[in-house]
Design a protein around this ligand. Sequence first.
Ligand SMILES: Cc1ncc(COP(=O)(O)OP(=O)(O)O)c(N)n1
Ligand SMILES: Cc1ncsc1CCOP(=O)(O)O
Length: 705
Amino acid sequence: MGKPKVDYSLYLVTDSTPAILGDRRLIDVVKEALGGGVTVVQLREKTGDTAELISKARELHALTQSYGVPLLINDRVDVALAVGCEGIHIGQDDMELSTARKLLGPDAIIGVTVSTVDEALKACEGGADYLGIGTVYATPTKTNTKEVIGAAGVREILARIDDAGHKTQTVCIGGINESNLQRIVFQCGTAKKKLDGVAIVSAIMAAEDPDAAATRLGRLLRNPPAFQVDTRGAGSDITDAQSMVALAPSVVQRVHETTPLSHNMTNIVVQNIAANVALAVGASPIMAGYGEEAPDLCKLGGALVINMGSVDPAGLANYLKALRAYNLAGRPVVFDPVGAGATSLRREAVKTIMANGYLDVIKGNEGEIKTVFGNSQEQQRGVDSSSTLDASQKAKLVRELAAREKNVVVMTGKTDFVSDGVRTFAIDNGHEYLGLVTGTGCTLGTVISAAIAPRKTDRLGAVVAAILHFEIAAELAASQPEIRGPGTFVPAFLDELYRIRLATAGGDLVCDIQEKFRTAIFEFDKVVFTTNKLLQAANALQIPIFVTTQNRARLGDTVQELQPLLKAAGPLLQANLDKTRFSMWLPPLTTSSHFSSSTKPRPSEVAIVGIESHICVTQTALDLLAAGHSVYVLADGVSSANREEVGVALARLRQAGAVVTTSESWIYECMGDAAIPEFKGMVGVMKEAMAGTREALQGLVGSKI
Ligand SMILES: Cc1ncc(COP(=O)(O)OP(=O)(O)O)c(N)n1
Ligand SMILES: Cc1ncsc1CCOP(=O)(O)O
C-alpha cells in the first residue's frame, strides 16, 4: 500500500470541550472544516472511554476518507489500530516513537510534538513523519503547555533540522489564528526550510462558521502577507557601505516629495519634538494614540511608530489594534521598545507586541535590543542605555535579531548598528547633544517611519538613510558657532534636518565646458563665468553637481577656472563623467539616486549649463524631460559655436517643456527664503558677480529669448 503522501498545510486538531464545540456535534464541525479545505484531521479527545473514542474515530474516519484527507489519532495507538486510520500524533510524554512505529508499521503516519532542537533532532532521527512544533503562543486550548517558544523557537528548530539534513515535514501549533497565521509562517521559515503547514484548534473548531474560517485560513496560507515586501530592484542588492550612503539622498528626497504620514503612538515626553522632526524631514505627523483610528489612518500610505515610552494597559491595547490594522494594510511599523528591560511590565509588553504583529523595524538602545532578543537578564536603569557589548557582539546581536524577526533592527549608541539579518552596517555619525535632549532618540523612530513609508523600498537602505539624515543634521547643527549647548542645539537641529532634505532635491548639470572649445564657442568665457557662479551657489546651498566632458582625451578636461570649485564640492560632485554620447543622460546620472524616478510622484528639478546648446544641452534636456524631471536651462550659461543656434535651441527646449531662465533666477529659487543662513553669503557672491552677470546676460541672452 505504501505511506500516503500528506498535505499538512491546513491541519485541523479537534477539541470536544464545551468551551470550543459548544452544543454542536464534533462530526458536523469537522465536516464543515473539511468543506473549507482542511488537509489533515487529528482527533484529540482528552476524556471519554476507549469504546466511545473508537466509535467517534470510526465515524470521523469514514468522513475524512470521503474527502481524501488523512485522520490521525492523538496519543492513542490502540484507537488508531482499531479504526485502521492513517496514523497518530504523540507527545513527549506519550508512547515512544520506536514502539509506536513497531505497533503501527512503516506505512503509518506518525507525528511527534517537539519544542526543543534536541527533541526535534531525536524525532527526525527516530523516523517521525512530521513534527508538531510548539507551543508557538500560549493558548487557552492547551493550558498544560511546557514551553512557549514563539516564532523564533520554531525557526531555530527548522534551521537546525535542515542543517542536519533531515527532510522531515513540519507544522507548528499553538495560538494560531487568522490575525497571525501569515506572520507566523513568514517569520518561522528560514531561507532553506519553510513550515509545511499550521495546526489549528480553536480558530476553526470554535468558529461560528468552520467552513468559512477554514476557507479564509487556507486563503491566507496560499498568499504572502501584505507586509511582505518584494524589494527586488529597490536597492536590496546593495551590500557595500559606499553605495548604501549614495542611496541616502534619494530616500531623503522621496520623503520631501511624497510627504508621507507618520502616525506616532508615542510617549508623553516626545509628542511635540517628534511632530516637529517629522515636519522638518518633510513628513506629515499625526500623534494619535487611539487604536480605533488606525484602520482609517493606515490607508493613507504612511507608517506607524509604536513607542512604548509611557506604556500602560490601555496604551498597549491601542498599540495592538493599530499594529493589526497596519499589518493587514501592508503598511510599515516601527517599534521603539523604550525602557524594555526596565520593569517586568515592559518586558511583558514587548512580548505581547511581538506576539501580535509584524514589526518592520525595531529600534532601541543596547539594553532594549537585548531585552527584545530575549536573552537579557539585565535590569535596565530607566530608559537610558548602558553598554556591555563590544562592536562585533552588537553587530551579531542586531543581525541575529533581524534574521529571526525577518525585519530591520537598529541598535542606537555612539556607533549605531543596523541590520536586515544579512547586511549589517555600523554608523558613526551623530553628536553628543542628541543624548542631552530628552526624546531626540525617540524622534529617530519618526524619521525612520517616514523613510520606510513607500512600499517598494529597500527597508535597510531607507533606515540607513534616515539615520544618516538625522545624525548628520545633528553634527551640522552642533558645529554652528552660535550653538552653546543642548538648548540652542534643538532649533538648529530642526533647521539642519530641514536644510538637508531641501538640498537633496534637484541638481546642477555642467555640460562639456572643455578647454578645446574655448576659442570655438560663442561667448565661451561668459558660459564659464555663469558656471563659476552656479558652482559657488551649489557648494553653498549643498546642491548636487553632475559634470560631463565630451571625449576628454581629445577635447580636454573641464576648464581650469572651474576645477577649484569642483574640487571644493567634495561629495556634492556626484559625477564627473567622460562621454561620447551627446546627451549627459547616461549612467551614473540615470541610475543616481537623485534621478531614480521609479517611485517618485514629483520629479527632480535640474539646472543645465554648458555647450553646445543645440546639441549636448538640447539632448540632455530632452532626455531629462522624458524621464519626468523638471528642467531649467540657464540661458546665460549655455552657448554654441554659431550664435544663431542658441536662440533656436532654447525656443525648442521651451516648447518641449523646459524652463528657460537665468542663473540668478535659479539660484534665488534654490534659496527660496532670505532668512536661510546661506542667504547673506550668496548675496555677497551675487553682488560681486553683478557686472559679469550683466555681461553674460547681454552677450548670451540679449534678444534671443
Ligand atoms: C500537530 C500537533 N502538534 C502538537 C500537538 C500536541 O501534542 P501533545 O504534546 O501530545 O499534547 P496533547 O495534544 O496531547 O495535549 C498535537 N496534538 N498536534
Ligand atoms: C494541542 C496543542 N499543542 C500545543 S498548543 C495546542 C493547542 C492549540 O490550540 P489553538 O489552535 O486553539 O491555539
